[in-house]
Design a protein around this ligand. Structure first.
Ligand code: PEP
Ligand code: MN
Length: 365
């Protein structure tokens, strides 16, 4: 297992001595006015120590807002001068890093799309050799902890020891209530392997909507995470990116003042309490199973509609046998007993028939 040579967050800057580290700011810098007014409001919230802003936004679609570019760094520098808050920016190329250093950005962060790509990371790390700046590494989009560690290691190898991981959840196979599935078992395992690696949770990108941010932030604190990165915009409805998940500074203040921080006392216990850790892993997996079952039932409903329209029968024995055979074969290879598999698949099948029956017997309005 690779080792990481790390310095605690409290040594990064005098203003960061208090735990947890709270980073906030807009998803994207949009205008000088937007960034400065957000920063002024955030400055009033005592727990917020670092302002974030996306300047170059790696987006899924080229038609989405891709950031204002270098001019945004000038606005951020003004915000820093006026408020005294530290600044952090996502960098995607060595040129971005150079611009950030020129503009006195205090902390760099690596986004989820970049941290999935070792070729980009090698270039970014090479350009930081000999430079003393903290780097926050978001988890890769897909749940590959080794890749996440590899990215952290690449920065550590060039001498960056002010390092932290950011947990922003993982892209779901199927749509769930959250934008990204937390899979808490992964950051917990990372913490188990590297107890000195600070982990910051990004509830905004896990939630994808403002309603779930509190719950996720609270859970992260309970699990002993070292900080939170939460998006905040002076006028969320008008935001050019991630409008649904940004809090106004007032909402952020309310959220931060209602979180329970005293769970921090559990932190050192938790690191060593294996049973608690295993239970968290089980809870996370159970939750994902339930989400998948619900997704399955949605599709069952659609099949019901289709069968109704085409006058097909609900129960099709051949199909049932095929499902049993296929899944017991897969499950047996994964170490599950035949008896358990047959019971499980039959129960799921039975529930599906009930659901289809409901759909098919529904009278047209
Ligand atoms: C962001 O922080 O605005 C962002 C783009 O996040 P991620 O890389 O986690 O998708
Ligand atoms: Mn965002």
């Amino acid at each position: 297992m690779p080792t990481l040579n790390l310095q605690p967050i409290s040594s990064w800057n005098n203003s960061l001595s208090k735990k947890p580290l709270i980073i906030s700011g807009p998803c994207s810098a949009e205008s000088q006015e937007q960034l400065l007014s957000t920063a002024r409001e955030l400055k009033k919230i005592e727990r917020v120590k670092v302002i974030r802003a996306g300047i170059w936004k790696p987006r899924t679609s080229p038609n989405s807002f891709e950031g204002v570019g270098v001019i945004g760094l000038e606005w951020l520098k003004l915000a820093k001068k006026e408020t005294g808050l530290l600044t952090t920016v996502e960098v995607t190329t060595p040129e971005d890093i150079e611009e950030c250093l020129k503009n006195e950005v205090d902390i760099l962060w690596i986004g989820a799309r970049s941290s999935s790509n070792p070729v980009f990371i090698r270039k970014l790390a090479d350009s930081l050799r000999g430079i003393d700046i903290p780097v926050l590494v978001k988890n890769p989009i897909h749940p590959d902890m080794e890749l996440w560690i590899g990215t952290l290691e690449r920065f550590n190898k060039v001498g960056i020891n002010k390092l932290a991981a950011i947990h922003r959840g993982f892209y779901p196979f199927e749509k769930t209530a959250l934008r990204n599935i937390p899979k808490w078992e992964i950051p917990l395992e990372l913490k188990r392997r590297y107890p000195d690696l600070p982990i910051i949770c990004d509830p905004s990108h896990i939630a994808g909507n403002v309603d779930s941010i509190f719950e996720i932030a609270q859970k992260a604190l309970y699990l002993g995470m070292d900080g939170l990165m939460i998006e905040s915009h002076i006028d969320p409805p008008s935001a050019l990116s991630d409008a649904e998940q940004q809090l106004s500074p007032d909402q952020l203040e309310f959220l931060l003042s209602n979180l329970i921080y005293s769970h921090f006392v559990f932190e050192s216990n938790l690191k060593h309490d294996k049973l608690e850790m295993f239970r968290e892993q089980l809870d996370s997996i159970d939750q994902q199973m339930i989400e998948l079952l619900s997704k399955r039932m949605e599709i069952v409903g659609q099949i019901g509609e289709y069968k109704k329209q085409n006058n097909l029968t609900i129960f099709q024995l051949r199909r049932f046998q095929k499902t049993i055979n296929l899944n017991t074969r897969i499950g047996r290879k994964l170490g599950l007993s035949r008896d358990f598999l047959v019971k499980l698949i039959s129960m799921i099948h039975m529930e599906s028939i009930i659901k289809q029956n409901e759909v098919m017997s529904r009278k047209e309005e």
